[in-house]
Design a binder for this molecule. Structure first.
Ligand code: SF4
Ligand SMILES: [Zn+2]
Length: 276
């Protein structure tokens, strides 16, 4: 997290992007970023998706598997199970002082079950550390009578760039819409069809006046522009953006954004260091 004194240093160095949260519920967050550019937005998008360390099951040792699902598929399914973890408590393997894995960079699980029945993610039993599954009803395999599964698994931190099971979020951005409506140039029919054709209900018709009600919902599809000869112009602001992020792991989107800013800053510092 950025401390107030760090913020002052950043502002002195020229980081002046303004952020305003416009929507955010649970795993989703939408905000406006101002005084920035597409390169910075794209860097933020890529970092939130590909460079935030996320814990996921990496190695699976099968002791017994007489279920109909192959060992490899069980291991693959376990890798996709989102885990609830404290990101400050774990190191990436390459940053850990140990050589062969320790409790600071790995978490051990066991999973055991007997048929008949379905073996769910919630039956993963964490043997070290304080880690749980985010969703406990993810089916891992189904077992018939006399079938069983017994395995050990190890989770570690890694990033989405290395494997999609470590991907933290799905993120996107768009130019902030600038919508110009000249009511004097539009016929009543054109105003009506603009309102009807807009898939995001951006316009509202007040008598014979076409008003812009939900500018932020506009996706710049330009359907409205194609409905009229002139009188509606839609463009994107090149210094203002709408950024959307949905966390697909246990981390909050706010944490992912703030961590992404840290990662970008570290990368920029490394470039400066190499060039100096
Ligand atoms: S560009 Fe598309 S989304 Fe935006 S106001 Fe026009 S029709 Fe609606
Ligand atoms: Zn270690």
């Amino acid at each position: 997290m950025t401390r107030p004194e760090d913020q002052e240093v950043k502002e002195e160095r020229g980081y002046k992007m303004k952020l305003e949260k416009i929507d955010g519920k649970g795993k989703k967050l939408k905000f406006i970023a101002e005084d920035t550019n597409p390169a910075m937005m794209n860097a933020l998008r890529r970092t939130t998706m590909n460079y935030i360390p996320v814990l996921a099951i990496e190695n699976v040792g099968i002791i017994e598997n007489s279920s109909p699902v192959f060992d490899e598929i069980i291991a693959q399914r376990l890798g996709q199970v989102p885990l609830v973890f404290d990101p400050d408590k774990f190191n990436m393997h390459e940053d850990c002082e140990c050589e062969e894995g320790c409790s600071n960079c790995e978490v051990k699980f066991t999973l055991k079950g007997e048929g008949p029945g379905i073996l769910y993610s919630g039956e993963l039993n964490c043997k070290s550390g304080d880690v749980e599954v985010l969703y406990d009803r993810i089916p891992i395999t189904e077992m018939d009578e006399n079938q069983e599964v017994d395995l050990e698994a190890t989770a570690c931190l890694s990033i989405g760039k290395d494997h999609s099971k470590h991907q933290a979020s799905v993120s996107s951005y768009q130019y902030y819409p600038i919508i110009d409506v000249d009511n004097d140039e539009l016929t009543v029919e054109e105003k009506k069809s603009c309102q009807e054709i807009c898939p995001r209900n951006v316009f509202e018709l007040d008598g014979d006046k076409l008003n812009i009600e939900n500018e932020e919902r506009c996706t710049l599809c330009k359907e409205c522009v194609e409905e009229v000869d002139s009188g509606v112009v839609v463009t994107g602001d090149e210094e203002k953006f709408i950024f959307k992020i949905e966390s697909i792991c246990s981390l909050d989107p706010e944490y992912i954004i703030s961590k992404a800013a840290e990662v970008l800053e570290e990368k920029a510092d490394k470039v400066v260091e190499k060039l100096s």
